[in-house]
Design a protein around this ligand. Sequence first.
Ligand code: FE
Length: 147
Amino acid sequence: PRQTEGPYYTPGTPRRSSFLEPGGKAERLVLTGRVVSPRCLPVAKALLDFWHCDENGEYDNAGFRYRGHLFADAAGRFRLETIFPALYPGRARHIHVKVQAPGRRLLTTPLYFPGDARDALWRPELTVAMAQQPRGKAAAFQFIVDA
Ligand code: FE
């Protein structure tokens, strides 16, 4: 499903697969997943543009901290290294994303976390699968993009 992009999207993000900063103390999060068609076939080379708040619940609206885009591979797989975003008032914890697969409709939505239904926008279909690993959290999500 599509949902609001919220007020804090900045276009023209850098291309990168890690938002981590030297010396950062926030808990790490690795988000992996796939982009597929409604028939569950891999969709190659989608652009995924992610943004989320920092460890204090604030967005960087002047620069590109915790903002960036990457491309899924030929099998539709992607991997982003970042931090576990903080909560900010009034919202369930989330990571924003725009998914633009070649020749398909732009998908804009937040991704949510399990068991965090603290606002009316949180939806189980938009919730990542979580695992705890020695070096931080791992999250997984499969995007289904329509034509
Ligand atoms: Fe937000």
